[in-house]
Design a protein around this ligand. Structure first.
Ligand SMILES: [Zn+2]
Ligand SMILES: [Zn+2]
Ligand SMILES: [Zn+2]
Ligand SMILES: [Zn+2]
Length: 513
């Protein structure tokens, strides 16, 4: 108890904490030091490292935390409320110390009539006076509790149980109450990386982040919390020191269990169900759903930050099994917890088995590669009489390029401009070229997705050329597409002119003018 008591010290006046308030930096001070409405930390040389996101040091992802453009940081503490957990611990320690003292005094007064009955309390008091650090009863008790709790699974709410006779009922009671106070109200286990909100409620950093993914209200008092505030919040230093003093082994086991859980979560490939994407092509995503915020955090903490993306299936259609692995290149966090994620398609995959983890899809996948000799394999070409039905890969690519040239020269120069600016320069590799060209074709996305399972670049090119031939034949639909898309991209002027020319031509053809 005394060792816990010594941790309850104000870092500013170095006296016992009185009505403590915890600031964003993780420092807990007596409320009287804080000048309303500002709550900038008055502790000299206050600097705290954020603990929340453990991005591996060698990660290639450019991670930009959210900037708060409107409100000055840190957020003022409303009405100088007291840190709820710390206050309860102070009361608990005070009561325990008072009870201990009164027990000793009772024993002293009784010692005149019975020397034997006062033997144990006297001995304890003597040790207490000589060296508070020792506390053999408390420390050995805490060690035995921690050892017993080793066998308790991390997901089970932690209720200390003692099969062996406890060393001291008062210590056991104190220990139980202290552990109760250090229990997170979200996961019902010992705090892991405790952070304290402006409303002075404390949670595990990860529990609070997950709660904020769903709602910006404090889970206990429902006060509105700015979610960006916690994206990089330092730990509550005093609560952390109490946990490490009282339950070092239990805390270590919590950390190991959480890391194991996170590792298991990464074993399966997370799958984002959204749009079509192809290998070799950059994709920028806007993640805002709570489940995908969690998925992104887990991806960023992995050594290879990536996830799979598949299209949403059409209503009533069978589920989609093919998608593209997206490597995360950069992440821009937004103040409200949403994020812009820049990715690059690296490989195709097929889902062998699917499940869900905390609301998002995970899958066991296999990669899809092209047949190794596919690129060089083109049909034999008789030198004298080339057969039009068996074009080479180069001829297929030329057909695609001619189509794009026609677009560029014709009424839709924006198509190719958009291709270059959005999807990068035209690849020379036939395997990637097939995907790149398919992206701009004005055909249905689920039709384009048929390219994903095809393991031959040549077959993919033939399918793309087939689509182009269909488009060339179906010129009316193509013109409509150009006009509608041109309208959306360039505004109404050019499409209107095209329509006027088109109507004039038709009118002249049928003899109206
Ligand atoms: Zn103070
Ligand atoms: Zn501080
Ligand atoms: Zn928790
Ligand atoms: Zn609250």
């Amino acid at each position: 108890m005394a060792s816990i008591d010594r941790l309850l010290i104000c870092p500013l006046c170095h006296d016992r904490l009185l009505n403590p308030t915890t600031l964003h930096c993780g420092h807990s001070l007596c409320s009287r030091h804080l000048q309303a409405p500002s709550s900038s930390c008055p502790v000299p040389l206050c600097s705290s490292q954020p603990p929340s996101l453990r991005i591996p040091p060698h990660s290639r992802v450019r991670y930009t935390p959210a900037q708060n453009p409107v409100l000055p940081a840190p957020i003022p503490v409303p009405d100088h409320r007291s840190d709820v957990v710390l206050n309860k611990i102070i009361i608990l320690v005070d009561r325990a110390l008072q009870a201990d003292d009164s027990e000793v005094q009772d024993s002293d007064s009784a010692s005149a009539s019975s020397r034997e009955s006062s033997h144990r309390p006297r001995k304890r008091r003597k040790q207490h006076a000589v060296d508070d650090d020792e506390e053999p009863d408390l420390l050995s008790h805490l060690r035995s509790v921690a050892a017993q709790e080793r066998s308790i699974p991390p997901d089970v709410p932690l209720i200390p149980s003692h099969h062996s006779p406890p060393p001291d009922p008062a210590l056991q009671e104190f220990d139980k109450k202290l552990l109760d106070e250090l229990t997170c109200h979200i996961c019902y286990v010992l705090f892991y990386q405790p952070v304290t909100t402006p409303c002075q409620h404390t949670y595990c950093a990860k529990c609070l982040q997950r709660s904020l993914d769903h709602s910006t209200a404090c889970p206990i008092c429902r006060q509105e919390l700015p979610s960006y505030y916690f994206q990089d919040q330092p730990l509550n230093k005093i609560i952390m020191s109490i946990i490490l003093k009282a339950y070092p082994l239990l805390y270590q086991e919590r950390a190991q269990a959480i890391q194991e859980e996170e590792r298991n979560a990464r074993l399966n490939t997370p799958i984002f169900v959204s749009n079509l994407s192809f290998p070799g092509v950059p994709t920028i995503l806007h993640l805002f759903e709570p489940r995908y915020r969690l998925m992104l955090r887990r991806c960023l903490e992995s050594p290879h930050p990536r996830f799979g993306m598949i299209m949403s299936p059409k209503p009533g259609a069978p589920q989609i099994n093919y998608g593209t692995i997206l490597e995360i290149r950069s992440v821009q966090m937004l103040p409200d917890g949403r994020s812009l994620v820049e990715t690059y398609g690296s490989a195709r995959f097929r889902i062998l088995e699917r499940g869900s983890l905390d609301g998002y899809m995970v899958g066991r996948i296999e990669s899809i590669f092209d047949y190794p000799d596919d690129i060089t394999h083109t049909p034999p070409e008789p030198p004298s009489d080339p057969t039009p039905s068996t074009p080479t890969n180069e001829q297929l690519m030329d057909t695609c390029k001619a189509f794009l040239d026609r677009l560029q020269r014709g009424a839709a120069p924006w198509v190719v401009q958009r291709l270059n600016s959005t999807y990068g320069a035209m690849p020379t590799d036939p395997a990637l070229f097939s995907f790149w060209v398919a992206l701009v074709l004005p055909i249905e996305e689920h039709e384009k997705a048929k390219l994903l399972p095809i393991r031959s670049a040549r077959l993919r090119l033939m399918l793309v050329v087939h689509w182009i031939e269909q488009l060339n034949n179906n010129w009316y639909a193509w013109l409509t597409f150009v006009v509608v898309h041109g309208w959306l991209v360039d505004g109404p002027a050019l499409p209107c002119l095209l329509w006027v020319l088109f109507v004039l031509t038709i009118a002249r053809l049928i003899g109206w003018i």
